[in-house]
Design a protein around this ligand. Structure first.
Ligand SMILES: [Zn+2]
Length: 312
């Protein structure tokens, strides 16, 4: 069986069968790859915990018939731990991972620049080198540029006349001059435009001391630009916490409701089932309903609901 090695960021995982997962990876040399990790949901798995989203890993993979199979995984940098320890970082990283997946359209098409950008952004986020919102916006602008959607924050995006210009039009590709300006464009503050240019160029000496109101305005323009180019919004973007000290988008709730304890019960739990009043002659096959009475190896600790039935 042919094997190869690569390094990768784990973008996403989902369950496969009883104990396996499909891992979506952005690799350095092979672009975006989906591969099977066998047995990783068992507690005895050697590398299950190393294949969580955000993990920066070195892998050995065996070429499979449809999907390759991960045969070895070693942590290269423990970015996942840093993200899971902080909700703001976690949601920021999630938006990055989703963007990376969306911008690498073809599987196995080499995307080394996207890989390097993502690694650098995760490192900056994990190390707390800059405000998470700035890291995210910089990453979004630069990954869009690598994907061929470079915005212009100086010369007119339409006619190329030299800036600075005052109007921003996402559909036109950035700043536009007075002659090219379509109706209904944004007119951001000059400081915001300077911030956007700095984020695109990675000039942190300019970006780091920027004012919060300019950061917020820049974030709105980056989001508009990204969503216009991706045609639909990233699912995770609205959940990104872009709260700086003293700026609370949503005041803390004080009504005593703790709605955060959402139970994550899996669908298809064995309910009472099958007691229709009449007409059930039993000829209808009841579907391939999986009986999860044999999931002793499951690591999902959510299946023990409905045990307290019949409190007479
Ligand atoms: Zn123009």
């Amino acid at each position: 069986m042919a094997v190869y090695v690569d390094e990768a960021i784990v973008l996403r995982t989902h369950k496969l069968g009883e104990a396996d997962r499909i891992i979506t990876l952005l690799t350095r040399h092979h672009g975006r790859v989906r591969a099977v990790a066998k047995g990783v949901r068992r507690t005895t798995s050697r590398f299950g915990a190393r294949l969580e989203p955000c993990s920066y890993v070195e892998l050995q993979l065996a070429v499979g018939r449809s999907l390759d199979i991960i045969t070895q995984a070693e942590i290269r940098r423990p970015y996942a731990e840093a993200m899971y320890a902080d909700y703001g970082r976690y949601t920021t990283a999630t938006a990055m991972l989703e963007t990376a997946e969306r911008l690498t359209v073809e599987e196995r098409e080499p995307a080394t620049q996207q890989f390097l950008l993502l690694v650098a952004a995760l490192r900056a986020l994990a190390e707390g080198a800059h405000a998470p919102g700035l890291v995210l916006d910089s990453y979004l602008l630069r990954s869009l540029s690598v994907a061929g959607y470079a915005p212009s924050f100086d010369a007119c995006a339409r006619c190329g006349s030299s800036g600075p210009h005052r109007a921003f039009a996402a559909a036109s590709g950035g700043m536009v001059c007075a002659d090219c300006r379509p109706a209904g464009v944004a007119m951001p503050a000059p400081e915001t435009i300077a911030l956007l240019g700095a984020l695109l160029a990675g000039e942190w000496a300019v970006a780091d001391p920027s004012a919060l109101r300019h950061r917020r305005e820049a974030t709105g323009l980056v989001s508009a630009y990204l969503q216009w180019h991706l045609e639909r919004g990233l699912r995770s973007l609205p959940h990104v916490e872009r709260l700086e000290p003293g700026i609370l988008a949503h005041p803390a709730r004080s009504d005593g409701q703790d709605g955060d304890e959402a139970d994550v019960t899996e669908p298809g739990g064995t309910g009472p089932g099958g007691t229709e009043p009449d007409g059930t002659d039993g000829t209808e096959p009841h579907g391939a309903r999986s009986t999860d009475s044999t999931n002793d190896l499951s690591d999902d600790v959510s299946s023990d609901v409905t045990m307290n039935t019949g409190r007479v």
